[in-house]
Design a protein around this ligand. Structure first.
Ligand code: NAD
Ligand code: DAU
Length: 380
């Protein structure tokens, strides 16, 4: 079959990557979509079962740090676009093992950048029609305070420059121009990779876009992250380890809305630009935990709130950022993207999905899926 372009999506077997792969494979049958993933503990091909037989989809098990493998793949497949999601993504793991985060997030990104640059520069048309799209996080901006100049108690209603009214826990927001100030080894490694992407644009002219997104939630998220971990624990009546007093604020976006934003930006974003992605949806952790308990209890026919006593306050995460809040006005105004789901609806959908997919949860927590796929794919 003839395809009009080949696109690599790295980390396509992970949480967000699998939603991006699914969207692109289904929406663009004219593109050849190559999912490059090392299948670490976080990568799971079962996330892509529904599209794995599509003619425009290919999986390549490879490490993005392997420069020779990346160079060969990009050249052999005549790749014109790279959407780069592969990373170590969990803050708590980065505190225990920072080296792995520097290796994958920094050296892996550098290896892909160099491989893409050398191939694209070797072509007669060079960078024309090419794009390196790097998926990053709001965590690179550091932490925001929970203050209002008039001493108003949060949360309060505020209006973004896009006209969106929303509840906020402070009067400052992450803008594309906010200086970087990462605090965890994870965010330091992501920040470093963002700088490399921009350096490749400024030094070599590589067409590159960086986007910084807020916390995602939804199906297929590895159950070490707050929302899937807690849904599973509530179901099994296990303690819910809330760090500190649960006062930290995160800004939550449904994962399919992030995937839609990536699609819009990949096709219409301006190379060299940065776009913040977020849903103007700030929540204190403890409030999310209560919503999760009520939603799971209701779904399981338990008395609503019956499981509140599972909440267990534990030692705080080291360097725990107080508040994240993304201002995504630029993306909304320039490219017309906006989130499609209200949080309450997204949480209902998410809880339902995890309750209906206990097998998936059991498999990923036991590590069985990795043994299975290791036998199926042993390198390129
Ligand atoms: P994830 O941990 O669920 O998935 C990461 C994927 O990358 C896995 O499939 C893993 O196997 C793969 N991978 C890891 N190391 C690799 C390597 N060396 N070579 C090839 N593949 C490798 O992560 P996620 O939550 O889906 O996040 C995806 C991207 O989005 C990351 O870059 C992350 O920083 C960014 N991000 C995540 C969020 C969020 O809330 N989850 C928010 C903003 C940005
Ligand atoms: O902001 C975007 C980032 O969101 C992404 O870049 C990261 O890849 C992603 O992991 C996520 O980082 P967080 O650290 O915000 O997500 P996590 O789900 O680990 O934690 C959410 C909040 O809940 C955070 O304030 C810590 C708290 N928490 C988390 C866990 C796992 C708890 O209180 N208890 C827990 O057991």
């Amino acid at each position: 079959m003839e395809f009009n372009r080949s696109i690599i999506i790295t980390g396509g077997a992970g949480f967000i990557g699998s939603h991006v792969v699914r969207l692109f494979v289904n929406k663009y049958p004219e593109y050849r979509i190559i999912n490059v993933d090392k299948l670490t503990y976080a990568g799971n091909l079962a996330n892509l079962k529904d599209i794995e037989d599509k003619p425009n989809y290919t999986f390549v098990k490879a490490d993005i740090c392997d420069f020779d493998a990346m160079s060969a793949l990009i050249r052999d497949e005549r790749v014109s676009g790279i959407i780069h999601l592969a990373a170590e993504s969990h803050v708590d793991r980065s505190i225990k093992d920072p080296f792995t985060f520097a290796r994958t997030n920094v050296m892996g990104t550098l290896s892909l950048l160099q491989a893409a640059r050398l191939y694209w520069e070797s072509l007669p048309e060079r960078y024309e029609g090419k794009l390196f799209y790097h998926i990053s996080t709001d965590e690179v901006y550091g932490a925001l305070q929970m203050t209002h100049p008039d001493g108003i108690e949060p949360p309060f209603t505020t209006t973004a420059s896009s006209g969106t009214h929303h509840l906020a826990y402070g009067d400052s927001f992450f803008l594309e121009s906010t200086p970087y100030s990462p605090h965890s080894p994870y965010s330091a490694a992501k920040a470093s990779s963002d700088h490399f992407v921009r350096a490749f644009h400024d030094t070599y002219g590589l067409p590159a876009i960086v986007t910084n997104c807020s916390n995602n939630y939804g199906p297929y998220q590895f159950p070490e992250k707050l929302i899937p971990l807690f849904i599973n624990n509530i179901r099994h009546r296990k303690p819910l380890p809330v760090y500190g007093r649960g006062e930290n604020v995160r800004d939550w976006l449904f994962v399919e809305d992030h995937a839609r934003a990536i699609d819009v930006i990949f096709h219409n974003g301006k190379p060299s630009e940065t776009y913040n992605i977020g849903g103007f949806n700030e929540w204190k952790n403890i409030d999310i935990v209560k919503v999760l308990i009520e939603t799971v209890d209701r779904a399981l026919g338990r008395a609503e709130g019956e499981d509140m006593d599972l909440i267990t306050y534990v030692t705080d995460r080291a360097g725990h950022d107080l508040r994240y809040a993304i201002d995504s006005s630029k993306l909304q105004k320039e490219l017309g993207w906006e989130p499609s789901l209200q949080f309450e609806e997204g949480i209902e959908k998410t809880v339902r999905w995890y309750l209906d997919h206990q097998e998936w949860l059991d498999e990923v927590t036991s590590g069985e899926y990795q043994k299975y796929y290791e036998n199926m794919y042993s390198g390129r």
